[in-house]
Design a protein around this ligand. Sequence first.
Ligand code: KIV
Length: 267
Amino acid sequence: MLPAELIRFKQTGRSITVLTAWDSISSSIVEAAGADVVLVGDSLAMVILGHATTLPVTLEQMLHHTQAVGRGFKKPLNEQPLVICDLPFLSYQCGEDKAVAAAGFLIKNSCAAAVKIEGAEPEVLKVIERLIRMGIPVMGHLGLTPQSVHNLGYRRQAEDKASQEKLLSQALQLQKAGCFGLVLEHVPEEVANHQSNQLKIPVIGIGAGKNCDGQVRVTADLLGLSEKQPPFSQPLIEGRQLFVKALQNWVQQQHLQEENPTKEASE
Ligand code: KIV
């Protein structure tokens, strides 16, 4: 699927589903679940690599994980989800040339067909315009932008009128720059509704209420695997407990077998 197809989904009122994946097991599960888009988010720095923020993940690590994601798909190429990869911290903040090289490195060497970039500062808008002119589709990301954690923390954003107006103006600038979609994270529901109504490009919400054009979730959060669950992403199952229990049973079976070697361990 081409990234621009998401704009057609919005026009026809079809909601868009985006789930993160970080390796071949998770991408095969997300593909089987029928998600439209797989996001290789830089949240993998925290969820998978154990860092305290998204900042330490490198471009090479993002490539490594995106390649693994691509190897997990089972469907024919034209039926696979669209893959978007996050440009990690410092891969696009140091100028347009570096950003083109970073995004090109990911697109050239993996299944990613688009990149996601946080913010809409004038420098970022220039980067986005240049990437799009070079043939690299870009998704924007506003609201809570985790790469700015040292400025914003993990608080809900756009709580007052001035910041809501700024957010809308930034979203319109991203649309004008050519983004094919926008992730809006941890903002009040009515702000997200208003943006979804004002923009022609789809607004994909997380912690932004249920009326966006689509929703994105960190798969490990939905499966109840994350150690620190964000307040706006409720788990669908208690995956961690289920896994621990199953493995505990297996470990106990092995010890039982040790004590009674004639008894067969369950497979
Ligand atoms: O990195 C990520 O997983 C993301 C989502 C939270 C949207 O950017």
